[in-house]
Design a binder for this molecule. Structure first.
Ligand SMILES: C[S@@+](CC[C@H](N)C(=O)[O-])C[C@H]1O[C@@H](n2cnc3c(N)ncnc32)[C@H](O)[C@@H]1O
Length: 264
């Protein structure tokens, strides 16, 4: 019997399960996101990073004074730059510290934000429909990608715009994982498989690929990145100097990223 794209997606995500022997004794979850790094993405301190095409795709269908639903909003990189023309952002995220960062940034920029704490689509019934729904860099966290996307479409009056890396974001960590744990890591799933999953659910997307600049890391932000990478590698904090040294040999690289969108 052949495997459907959805089944393939689920099994490729499951292949990322961390060896229980490595997870044992880890003090802090390797899966928790770091608000400081995502906040830096929103503020773009050096002002040089090119803007994601997701923002232009969203603006095309966003009326003046309209609303944006941002699912897995993090600190708001995919939605705060849309206000204006948007007058209201509805931000959904399952990690409260990420929403705290978004609310702080929105306050500084005087943007009207409605905050919804919880996992999509579990909280969808408590979320109002908006003109445009955006969802950036969340898909690889979601096993039921089809159901997730259909719930996004049901909450977008005009368009859904979804961005994901060309391949699972942890693929980039593979050389460091090999170095510290002597284990290979998977190579997928990919954005191509995500497109097939969406098609299986009756969603035909347009797409645009682009290259995201490597994060601009200096000063405190570099120290934060080292600590974050150490945690994602399931290593104790005292090994941060080793991680910093390994990162000089394998610095973060520019990444292929894919924006998918469809009108509702
Ligand atoms: C990689 S970050 C991306 C944040 C932001 N969209 C950006 O592009 O900077 C992923 C975010 O999605 C959130 N997240 C993951 N799965 C989620 C789900 N099912 N529902 C809501 N939030 C989710 C995480 O807590 C995290 O804040």
């Amino acid at each position: 019997m052949s495997t459907s794209p959805s089944q393939q997606w689920v099994s490729e995500l499951a292949a990322w399960a961390i060896d229980p022997a490595i997870l044992e004794g880890v003090a802090e979850s390797p899966y928790t996101f770091c608000p400081e790094l995502f906040r830096a993405e929103v503020l773009r301190p050096d002002g040089r990073a090119p803007e994601s095409p997701l923002l232009a795709v969203a603006r095309e269908r966003l009326p003046a004074g309209g609303s944006v639903l941002d699912v897995g909003s993090g600190a708001g990189a995919a939605s705060l730059p849309l206000a204006p023309p948007a007058a209201r952002i509805v931000a959904v995220d399952s990690q409260p510290s990420m929403l705290d960062a978004l609310v702080d940034a929105a306050r500084e920029q005087r943007i009207d934000v409605t905050r919804v704490d919880g996992a999509w689509p579990d909280v969808a019934d408590h979320v109002p429909a908006c003109d445009v729904a955006v969802c950036a860099h969340v898909a690889y966290n979601v096993a039921d990608l089809g159901g997730f996307a259909l719930a996004l479409a049901a909450h977008a009056r005009r368009r859904v715009a979804l961005e994901l890396h060309a391949a699972h974001p942890w693929v980039d960590l593979a050389p460091l994982w090999q170095h510290f744990h002597h284990q290979p890591r998977p190579a997928g799933p990919t954005a191509g498989l995500a497109v097939a999953v969406l098609a299986e659910h009756g969603i035909a997307v347009q797409s645009r690929e682009w290259q995201r600049a490597a994060p601009a890391l200096h000063g405190e932000l570099l120290a934060t990145y080292v600590a974050y990478t150490c945690r994602r590698l399931c290593l104790p904090a005292e090994r941060q100097p080793e991680v910093a040294a390994a990162l000089t040999r394998h610095p973060p690289q520019p990444r292929r990223s894919v924006v998918l969108w469809w009108d509702t």
